[in-house]
Unconditional design. Structure first.
Length: 340
């Protein structure tokens, strides 16, 4: 697949660059901080991070959902500089670590640097095959739309735009500005539901961005949270995906909705048609860490979209990327890419 070329800067991601602090923890730690497995929350205090680093062997990994997806897309494409990333980091070692990791993966980073706030971090608490994400945004929370103006040439060069739902808590105006441009130019803006709390508590900006999004990703728990907030009278994930696809779209085509369900089939609603795509099952002994699986799926999917592949190939590549990532610690991948 990496034999095909894509224009430089074809994919632009906007999101929260975070240093992941990952550890396998006891379930009691989740209980102590009233956390749930397979959830993601925002957190303001340092206590959890301090306890994690004192009591557990931790691994520091470059993270942040959108930046993860950009790194995976780069890995699939095997062509440096296809993906560019916008986000805000601090003037510190963590920020430099994130930049180095992104550059090693071939991603061009255009960080907004904040002198007063440290780079954001995310505690990745692994219990068995589940993970709970606890994010302290810090500098990531201070991305502003005025970073777009000096980098507007980067926006214009891109064909595909992607922003995780997490960015709705930071700079929905930036998402709207880029999404409006994408729709006006007939390009693709993609977004992600990202976590149950986003459709629950940020539904107004989410719906505004969704009206401009030709591609929406999510998983089954996020789709259920969205359905509950919107008052949909169904718990059927395929039906929820159809309803999301039917939300009015300001673009010229129809919206495609892609909902992953862990090891269950991926649901895709495209042009009013619903398709289910099976997922290769892994044995529990093969699964190391599910953190980053959703990010990897998006990265694989967007890489194929940039190559002009069909939806079936994009889903297959997303599944391939997710399968590779969950057999490793964090959102990391093997040196050789073997998707065909």
């Amino acid at each position: 697949m990496s034999g095909s070329t894509v224009s430089s800067g074809a994919i632009l991601g906007m999101g929260n660059p975070l240093l992941d602090i990952s550890a396998v923890v006891k379930p009691e730690l989740l209980a102590k901080y009233e956390l749930k497995a397979n959830d993601a929350i925002l957190y303001e205090k340092e206590d959890l991070f301090q306890e994690l680093q004192q009591d557990y062997p931790v691994e520091n990994i470059a993270g942040g959902a959108t930046q993860n997806s950009m790194r995976v897309a780069q890995w699939i494409l095997g062509q440096p500089g296809v993906c560019t990333f916008f986000g805000c980091v601090g003037q510190d070692e963590s920020g430099r670590t994130l930049e180095k990791c992104a550059q090693q993966a071939g991603v061009t980073v255009k960080y907004q640097i904040h002198a007063q706030h440290p780079t954001g971090k995310c505690a990745v608490l692994i219990t068995g095959q589940e993970r709970s994400l606890v994010t302290k945004l810090d500098a990531a929370n201070h991305f502003t739309p005025d970073h777009l103006e000096p980098n507007w040439g980067v926006v214009q060069a891109a064909q595909i735009y992607y922003s995780s739902g997490f960015f709705l808590t930071v700079s929905p105006d930036s998402m709207l500005k880029v999404a409006e441009y994408a729709v006006a130019e007939g390009k693709t803006f993609a977004m992600n539901l990202s976590a149950p709390f986003l459709p629950q508590f940020f539904s107004e900006p989410m719906l505004k961005v969704m009206a401009l999004s030709g591609l929406v990703f999510g998983n089954e728990t996020e789709a259920a949270a969205f359905a509950e907030k919107q008052g949909y009278d169904t718990k059927d994930v395929a039906e929820i995906a159809r309803k999301i696809a039917e939300i009015p779209f300001k673009g010229s085509a129809t919206r495609t909705v892609v909902i992953t369900q862990g090891s269950e089939p991926v649901i895709v609603v495209e042009n009013g048609q619903t398709q289910l795509y099976p997922v290769d099952k892994l044995s529990s002994s093969q699964i190391v860490d599910t953190n980053g699986a959703g990010d990897a799926f998006v990265g694989g999917y967007l890489a194929q979209l940039a190559l002009g592949a069909d939806t079936a190939t994009a889903v297959r590549c997303g599944n391939y990327a997710a399968k590779e990532i969950i057999q490793r610690s964090g959102c990391t991948f093997p040196e050789t890419m073997s998707f065909k």
